[in-house]
Design a protein around this ligand. Sequence first.
Ligand SMILES: Cc1ncc(CN)c(N)n1
Length: 228
Amino acid sequence: MQFTDRLFEKVKPVWDSYLEHPFVKGIGEGTLDKGKFIHYMKQDYVYLIEYSRVFAIGATKANDLKTMTIFANLLHGTMNFEMDLHREYAEKFGISNEALEATKPSSTMTAYTSYMISQAQLGGVENAVAAVLACAWSYNWIGKELAKWPDALDHELYGNWVKMYSSEGFTKIADDCIHLINEIAKGKPEHELDKLEDIFIKTSYFEYMFWDMAENISMWPVSKLANV
Ligand SMILES: Cc1ncc(CN)c(N)n1
């Protein structure tokens, strides 16, 4: 049994709940409100910038050139391949790359990326992989699940999202993270594996919170009081 088999068993009910979430269902069924999707896309773009920093931290903490190269490739894949999807959508919505990059971060996006970065900085290379694993893997898992739903791949607006996250290119990104953590986990004592499992579970919770943030178009709960 691989370490990721144990992780998957733990989070399966949480990941199943993603497919029941109105935002994710809206993408799969093609019924999602466009305004909600635009809010998500902008928040996700700034999320991916911070998420890329975790790959950079992983590269600096890597103990060998092979691992360093994997992190460098994951960083490149995110900044070019994955973020191209967001830039394409932004163009469709008349949002410039500059405006996209200048998106004000929501509370959930800030909390999630701050958690990932702090966990990656606190530990060794294993923490960096654990911090990004649920992100890459759950999106690929959702993409592949939604690809089985009738017409999800062909929807004129959301079809490209489903295509990208279920694609061979994105599957390779997720598989590289899965492979990396399984290699790193080999021979580690149980108490260290527990810590990695905890990061994986917490980031899986954050993924749910991100879908909620998108569905509710939320930013900061009391920001209106400060006139922001
Ligand atoms: C919030 C979130 N989590 C994960 C992914 C997939 N890299 C993403 N684009 N956005």
